[in-house]
Design a protein around this ligand. Structure first.
Ligand code: GUN
Ligand code: ZN
Length: 433
C-alpha cells in the first residue's frame, strides 16, 4: 500500500519478556494507533494524537478490537494440511499411516501448489503471518511454499525435509542428494525478499549418520540459515533413537555429533529431555519449540515450560500441524495454558501472547523484524475481536482489565476472532479461508 495508513484500536506490544520482566513488560493502549508506511510501522502511540499529527493518512478504525503483531508459528508441516485431525495413532504409527502417504503425493507439483496456497490462506485467516514449515523430500514442495508466500508478501521460513531411511521408497533421498538439493534450494530462496531457507533433517530415526553429517556440513557452510528438526517427542521414539545410534550419549547427541547443534537450531517438542541435553541446549542458546496441541493429540507428554524458562532456554510456540490439531495460535495458546496447569503452573495471558508473537519471533531470530509492535518493525499484524462469539462476549463483558478481556479469546477463540490480518501493511482479503 502506498502512502500512510493509520490503524486505530486497542494496541498490545511488549517492551520486554513477561517471563523475566513481569507482566509490566506489556504495552497496552486502550485508544492506540499504528501508523504504517512502506510496509513498516512508522509510529505507535495514542490514536487521536497520531491522527492529528498525520492528517494525510488513510484511517482504518478497528474500534475496540485489539491490534497485535501477527502470530508467529515456529514449527508446522504444511504438507499435512489435508490430514489434520486423523484419528487414533501415536507418533510412529501416525507417521506411517497418515503422514507418509500424504507427503508422497507432493511429488506432484500441482498438488504441492494447491496445498501450499490453501495452507497459507488458512493461517492468515487465523492471524498467523509467519511460519517455520517443513516441506516434503521433494524440492518442488519447497518451491511451491516459497512461491505461495512470495505471492502473499509473507515472511516465511521453510526447508526440504530430508530422510534417507525408515521411510517409504518414494520418500527417501540420500545423504548426497539431501545435501545437493538443500544447497540448491538454499541458494535459490534464502534471503530472497522475506524468505528464509531452513536446513531440515526430519529427525534422527529417518536419517543415517551420513545424512546428518552432510546436513551438518551444509549448516557449517551456511550458518546464516536456521536448522529445524524434532527432539524427544515420545518415549518410544527416544528408545528407537538410542537403538539406531548406540554410541550416542542421548537423543540430542545424535545431532550434536553431526554438527546439528547450534544457536540457530530449532528443536521441536523437546519434552522428555535429560539433564545433559537441557544444559547443552541452554549453553548454545538453541530454541525449543513447544507444540502443545500436538503433544496432547498424539499423546506425547507435558512440556516443562516453567522449568525450561527458569533455565533461561529460548522457547517458541507452534501448532505442529497436522500432528497438532489446529491452525490457530489462539487454540495453541489455550493448549499451552492447559499443559502448564497440568504441571502446576498458570501461564499469564501476557506470557501466552508473548510466546505466540515476540517469543516465537525470537526463536526464529527474527525479533528485530516481526513479532512486536514498535516503530521500524514490519507491519505484519493481527486485529483481534475480543467479543467474537456470544460465549466470549458475555465473559469479556465482565472483564476488569485487558488480561481478563483477552483470556476468554485465548481459551475459546478461533478464526472468528481475527477481525483482520495485515501482511507488510497490506490487508488480507478474507475470501479464501
Ligand atoms: N517427528 C518426525 N516427523 C514428525 C512429524 O511430521 N510430526 C510430528 N509431530 N513429529 C514428528
Ligand atoms: Zn513437527
Amino acid at each position: 500500500m502506498n502512502g500512510k495508513t493509520l490503524l486505530l484500536g486497542q494496541t498490545l506490544g511488549f517492551a520486554g519478556d513477561p517471563f523475566s520482566d513481569g507482566t509490566g513488560a506489556a504495552r497496552h493502549d486502550a485508544h492506540g494507533g499504528v501508523l504504517i508506511e512502506n510496509g513498516r510501522i512508522a509510529a505507535l502511540g495514542d490514536g487521536a494524537g497520531l491522527r492529528a499529527a498525520h492528517p494525510d493518512a488513510q484511517v482504518i478504525d478497528h474500534g475496540r478490537a485489539l491490534i497485535s503483531a501477527g502470530f508467529v508459528d515456529a514449527h508446522a508441516h504444511y504438507p499435512q494440511t489435508a490430514i489434520i485431525a486423523s484419528w487414533g495413532k501415536r507418533l510412529i504409527d501416525w507417521l506411517n499411516t497418515y503422514t507418509f502417504p500424504e507427503e508422497a503425493r507432493f511429488s506432484d507439483p500441482a498438488h504441492a501448489a494447491d496445498i501450499a496456497g490453501r495452507y497459507l490462506d488458512l493461517i492468515l485467516a487465523n492471524g498467523t503471518t509467519t511460519v517455520a514449515s517443513y516441506c516434503t523430500i521433494h524440492p518442488a514442495s519447497v518451491d511451491a511454499l516459497f512461491a505461495a508466500a512470495q505471492e502473499r508478501g509473507m515472511r516465511l521460513a521453510a526447508g526440504k525435509t530430508c530422510m534417507d531411511r525408515n521411510a517409504p521408497d518414494t520418500l527417501r533421498d540420500s545423504a548426497q542428494s539431501a545435501y545437493d538439493d538443500s544447497k540448491a534450494l538454499l541458494e535459490k530462496w534464502h534471503g530472497k525478499g522475506r524468505l528464509s531457507y531452513v536446513i531440515t533433517p526430519r529427525f534422527s530415526p529417518t536419517s543415517t549418520p551420513g545424512q546428518l553429517s552432510a546436513l551438518g556440513a551444509l549448516w557449517a557452510e551456511r550458518p546464516d540459515c536456521l536448522m529445524q528438526t524434532h527432539l524427544s517427542e515420545q518415549v518410544d521414539e527416544i528408545a528407537w533413537v538410542k537403538s539406531l545410534y548406540p554410541q550416542a550419549r542421548d537423543y540430542l547427541d545424535t545431532y550434536e555429533a553431526h554438527g546439528l547443534l547450534g544457536a540457530g537450531g530449532l528443536y521441536g517438542h523437546a519434552i522428555h529431555l535429560e539433564p545433559r541435553e537441557r544444559a547443552r541446549l541452554a549453553e548454545v542458546g538453541a530454541a525449543l519449540v513447544h507444540c502443545p496441541t500436538s503433544n496432547t493429540f498424539i499423546g506425547s507428554g507435558l512440556f516443562d515450560m516453567a522449568g525450561l524458562v527458569a533455565e533461561g532456554q529460548r522457547i517458541g510456540l507452534a501448532t505442529d500441524t497436522g500432528g497438532g490439531s489446529s491452525f490457530s495460535m489462539l487454540r495453541t495458546m489455550a493448549a499451552a495454558y492447559e499443559i502448564a496447569q497440568l504441571r502446576g503452573h498458570a501461564l499469564h495471558p501476557a506470557q501466552l501472547w508473548w510466546l505466540a508473537t515476540a517469543g516465537s519471533a525470537r526463536a526464529l531470530r527474527m525479533q528485530d523484524r516481526i513479532g512486536n509492535l514498535a516503530p521500524g518493525m514490519e507491519a505484519d499484524l493481527a486485529v483481534i475481536d475480543l467479543a467474537s462469539t456470544p460465549a466470549i462476549a458475555q465473559r469479556a463483558a465482565r472483564a476488569g482489565d485487558l488480561w481478563e478481556a483477552l483470556f476468554p479469546t485465548i481459551m475459546m477463540g478461533d478464526d472468528r476472532a481475527i477481525a483482520a490480518t495485515y501482511v507488510a501493511g497490506r490487508p488480507i482479503p478474507r475470501t479464501n479461508a
